[in-house]
Design a protein around this ligand. Structure first.
Ligand code: CMP
Length: 230
């Protein structure tokens, strides 16, 4: 790990609070301290004490809730520029979810006092936080809808179509999508076991809806997959 003195004072991650001016961003993170976490390390534990907020400088984390028998549901993945830990900081309740590094991750951590001061001083920072929380509520609504109304085939189909819409590239064969997730991570996102996920993916492959490659999938028949989500 590179010592903080060599890296200099924290610079705000590029996409954080996209609406903010550079001055607002610099003010926000000027008192934050940089921390490094190795892959699989837990940054925040559900039920634990709050009191600080984190901005991701580099790496990737998973936000999850534990279930029974070692199962868990993934609520979100976050990367550079994203912020987490704001909920318990705002409402004073314990941490609402567990946050785990899925890659080596560097974060900027700020105390509640630092963050509250920034919120009080800058309506733009407060507004950015509200926008971010609205977007998270929308994403949470999508998860509730999927779990309530779709079976596991529908959830896998929706997951593949969503990720294709965000990051797929059109090829002669179909839409090629890199999968930055392990099979277990994908299973957690669609709230099923790894075995069931594999069975559904193999079935989609047999039906020629998709072609599976290592860490990649080609969507051959998007209309058929879409039917599974209705
Ligand atoms: P906090 O409760 O302090 O600690 C866990 C963090 O996970 C929480 O703040 C949010 O930043 C984040 N989090 C909790 N639930 C969700 C969700 N549904 N979607 C995205 N992020 C969440």
């Amino acid at each position: 790990m590179i010592p903080d003195e060599v890296l200099g004072p924290p610079a705000p991650p590029a996409s954080i609070f996209a609406e903010l001016s550079k001055d607002d961003l610099d003010t926000l993170v000027s008192t934050f301290r940089r921390r490094t976490f190795a892959r699989t390390q837990t940054l925040v534990e559900v039920g634990g004490p709050g009191g600080s907020v984190f901005l991701i400088e580099s790496g990737r984390v998973r936000i999850s809730l534990p279930g029974s028998e070692g199962r868990e549901v993934t609520l979100a993945h976050m990367g550079p520029g994203d912020c987490f830990g704001e909920m318990s900081m705002l409402d004073g309740e314990p941490r609402s979810a567990t946050v785990t590094a899925v890659e080596d991750t560097v974060v900027l951590e700020g105390t509640r006092d630092d963050f509250m001061r920034s919120l009080e001083a800058s309506p733009r920072i407060a507004m950015s936080l509200l926008i971010m929380m609205s977007q998270r509520l929308r994403a949470a609504n999508d998860i509730i809808e999927s779990l309530s109304f779709l079976d596991v085939q529908g959830r896998v189909a929706r997951f593949l179509l969503d990720i294709a819409a965000k990051s797929g590239t059109e090829t002669a064969e179909g839409i090629s999508v890199a999968l930055p997730y392990t099979r277990q991570e994908m299973a957690n996102i669609v709230s099923t076991s790894r075995e069931t996920l594999t069975r559904v993916l193999k079935n989609f492959e047999r039906l020629k809806y998709v072609r599976l490659l290592r860490r990649k999938v080609v969507i051959l028949n998007a209309p058929r997959l879409r039917l599974k989500t209705q």
